[in-house]
Design a protein around this ligand. Structure first.
Ligand SMILES: Cc1cc2nc3c(=O)[nH]c(=O)nc-3n(C[C@H](O)[C@H](O)[C@H](O)COP(=O)(O)OP(=O)(O)OC[C@H]3O[C@@H](n4cnc5c(N)ncnc54)[C@H](O)[C@@H]3O)c2cc1C
Ligand code: FES
Ligand code: FES
Length: 480
């Protein structure tokens, strides 16, 4: 049985199909129809809800796309929807600001914008926000009628507002949420099953016994199998309750990212160590997706256009694989075997990804090229990690997404760089070698020729980064 708070009401659910999305449950079972379905694929933000989770002695309020969040992901959390925001007859400051600034026309997108604004207000009341923060927080919400200027004005107005009813009741809610934490593994069953192990050992044993089960991390890929491909998953093993997997540990020599560390946690926590990694993650999907999706889920999904893999390949990362009681380490460049085929054995999963800190060059760079700035999939993603000694390249890792059936390193281009000085002549040779490394496909995101040209241009940008630092950094800030 899963337990969670719907605003302040405890919900205990046992008999729910674990393939049910939070949006369908809200609208179908609770008759809360404020959250809308626009796309059912996490793209438009009309279904945005806020999920409160215990973080030490605080509650963190994160946005989520309820259309691709499965019911089991609510266990131990607080679910807030647009219906919960007003205080009696009084609108919530974000709602009031949306009305004052004339920020809604058809209103289909409005509940989603309000929920994103609410999460922003909760995160920022102490520190304040600037326009960049607002734009980032709205990156996962689309509006086709009003235009963003009044919406952004509304966010500016409401973030300056006073504490709300949730602030007043936070201590009570926190205690309530803590009391809902369950010590044992729980299950959600109605024809299909979802098991929620509590420990890594339980998870490993369970998956080894049931290798046909689907592992659920953030669900931002997996839920689409249900909502877009109309498949039913008979057995899901949710990893959301395995606390050990959520941590990111940084020691002098290593960064260890647990399988359930969200993309947003990676963005925040890796910033001091690999700033370009965090900057690139700002362009990964949207806040709603990053709050739930994980970096490891991105690797396991093995998409050739995933953004995490090129960066981790360029950093020479290693994946920690677990099956039952056994653990093995595998360099990430041996993990991707073919299109969406990985080295994972039946019943085996990734427990963490490891980065050797010595291998991180201070000039590590990662650039995403996509049609839209926000909430878009890469056409090409390039990540570059060069070490130089007195101007000579002593180690070169050039990794790309979108250039082949798997995310891959440009081995021939790397060879051309080794032992060379970084200059125009080397660059030309490296760009030539790239043609032997990759013969990219053409699709609706770009032709093969276009992809190759972009990849070569990213290498030119890399040369600028090393030779004309100031200019390159400006380009970096602008394009990223
Ligand atoms: C609107 C939208 C925008 C997106 N934008 C981007 C983008 O900009 N860039 C990008 O790269 N991706 C993007 N994605 C894809 C997705 O968000 C990422 O791939 C995400 O990192 C997946 O992580 P998750 O935790 O949600 O994985 P899940 O969906 O939970 O799992 C993905 C797959 O991996 C398996 N799995 C999960 N964890 C493990 C594990 N530890 N060991 C073994 N198998 C595991 C699952 O069984 C499943 O098959 C987008 C998706 C959506 C819906
Ligand atoms: S309905 Fe579009 S993101 Fe959920
Ligand atoms: S007001 Fe119509 S889509 Fe936003």
């Amino acid at each position: 049985m899963i337990q969670f708070l719907l605003n302040q009401t405890v919900k205990m659910l046992e008999n729910v199909d674990p393939n049910t999305t939070v949006l369908n449950w809200l609208r179908g079972s609770e008759h809360r129809c404020g959250s809308k379905e626009g796309c059912a694929s996490g793209d438009c933000g009309a279904c945005t809800v806020v999920i409160g989770r215990v973080d030490g002695e605080e509650i963190c309020y994160d946005t989520a796309n309820s259309c691709i969040t499965l019911m089991s992901q609510l266990d131990g959390k607080q679910l807030l929807t647009i219906e919960d925001l007003s205080d009696g007859d009084k609108l919530h400051p974000v709602q009031q600001a949306m009305a004052d600034c004339h920020a809604s026309q058809c209103g289909f997108c409005t509940p989603g914008f309000v929920m994103s604004g609410f999460a922003l207000q909760k995160a920022s009341s102490a520190v304040g926000v600037d326009r960049h923060d607002i734009e980032r927080s709205l990156a996962g919400n689309l509006c086709r009628c009003t235009g963003y200027r009044p919406i952004i004005e509304a966010m500016q107005q409401s973030c300056a507002a006073q504490p709300d009813k949730f602030t007043r009741t936070e201590a009570h809610t926190l205690a309530h949420l803590k009391s809902l934490q369950q010590p044992e593994m729980v299950e959600l069953t109605k024809s299909n099953r979802c098991l929620l192990p509590k420990t890594l050992a339980q998870l490993a044993a369970l998956y080894q016994q049931n290798p046909q089960a689907r592992l659920l991390a953030g669900g931002t890929d997996l839920a689409l199998v249900i909502t877009q491909q109309y498949q039913t998953l008979p057995l899901i093993i949710g990893m959301n309750q395995v606390t050990e997997l959520k941590t990111i540990t940084v020691t002098e020599s290593q960064i260890r990212i647990g399988a359930m560390a969200t993309l947003q946690a990676c963005l925040n926590e890796l910033l001091p160590y690999i700033p370009a990694f965090s900057q690139a993650l700002e362009r990964f999907a949207s806040p709603q997706i990053r709050n739930n999706g994980t970096l490891v889920g991105n690797l396991a999904n093995a998409s050739p256009i995933g953004d995490g893999a090129p960066m981790l390949l360029a950093l020479g990362a290693v994946v920690e694989l677990r099956c039952g009681d056994s653990t093995r380490l595998l360099p990430l460049n041996q993990f991707f075997l073919d299109y969406r085929k990985t080295a994972l054995q039946p019943g085996e999963f990734i427990s963490a990804v490891l980065i050797n800190r010595e291998s991180i060059s201070p000039t590590f760079a990662a650039w995403k090229i996509s049609k839209r700035m926000d909430d878009d999939i890469s056409t090409v993603f390039g990540a570059f990690n060069l070490h130089l000694n007195e101007g000579i390249v002593v180690s070169a890792y050039l990794a790309f997404g979108g250039m082949a059936a798997i995310p891959a390193r440009a081995k021939r281009a790397e060879q051309r760089l080794l032992g060379a000085q970084l200059n125009q002549q080397t660059l030309e040779q490296v760009c030539e070698a790239l043609v032997d490394d990759f013969q990219p496909l053409s699709d609706f995101r770009g032709s093969g020729l276009y992809r190759l040209k972009i990849a070569q241009n990213l290498l030119k940008r890399l040369l600028l980064l090393h030779t004309e630092k100031h200019y390159a950094l400006e380009v970096n800030n602008y394009v990223n």
